[in-house]
Design a protein around this ligand. Structure first.
Ligand code: SF4
Ligand code: SF4
Length: 168
């Protein structure tokens, strides 16, 4: 069961995020700041452990909300386009309805770098370019990917939904 390693990874990310927030109380990333959720480079990828957790969050949603998400996932599977608007994003609230169960990539985004690439939005990129954040100790996403790799194969969100539908 990969739940424990996943929760350990969440805790590690939370530690890095808390540290950055503590040194920069004005950090913008929070539930409700969803620009990045509307501009995903690709369909979210999840390991089985992440999907199992996400399903718990989805199961707690009102049936109509879940039906809307399924419909958006189907649309995305049929006609993928880039950038991807996350099918789980609640456009009315402008927020993630499964925030507590969101995938690892969503937890680390805004606080991590991968080699020379900052994994954050244009707003944070602008602050970095302006030299406003020289003291930030960014998380290392290679280490996150290494841990995720040990949790098994990642699949696109669309595929997880399709597999589940096929089993019903
Ligand atoms: S990365 Fe940017 S758009 Fe995404 S939550 Fe953080 S501040 Fe908001
Ligand atoms: S799962 Fe939630 S946090 Fe992640 S991209 Fe989708 S709406 Fe945004």
């Amino acid at each position: 069961m990969q739940k424990v390693p996943l929760l350990r990874l969440h805790a590690n990310i939370d530690t890095r995020v808390s540290s950055i927030r503590a040194s920069h109380p004005d950090w913008q990333c929070a539930r409700g700041c969803a620009t990045c959720c509307r501009q995903l480079a690709d369909v979210p990828q999840l390991t089985a452990a992440e999907w199992a957790l996400l399903k718990q969050g989805l199961a707690a949603l009102p049936p109509q909300r879940l039906a809307d998400i399924r419909s958006k996932v189907d649309d995305l599977a049929r006609a993928p386009s880039r950038p991807v608007v996350c099918p789980m994003l609640d456009e009315t609230e402008g927020a993630c309805p499964v925030y507590a169960q969101r995938p690892v990539a969503c937890r680390s985004y805004g606080f991590y770098v991968q080699r020379d690439l900052g994994l954050y939005c244009k707003d944070i990129e602008a602050r970095v370019a302006a030299g406003e954040l020289p003291d930030v100790v960014w998380g290392n996403h290679d280490a996150v990917d290494h841990t995720l790799g040990a949790l098994g194969e990642s699949r696109p969100l669309t595929e997880w939904f399709a597999r589940e539908a096929a089993e019903e």
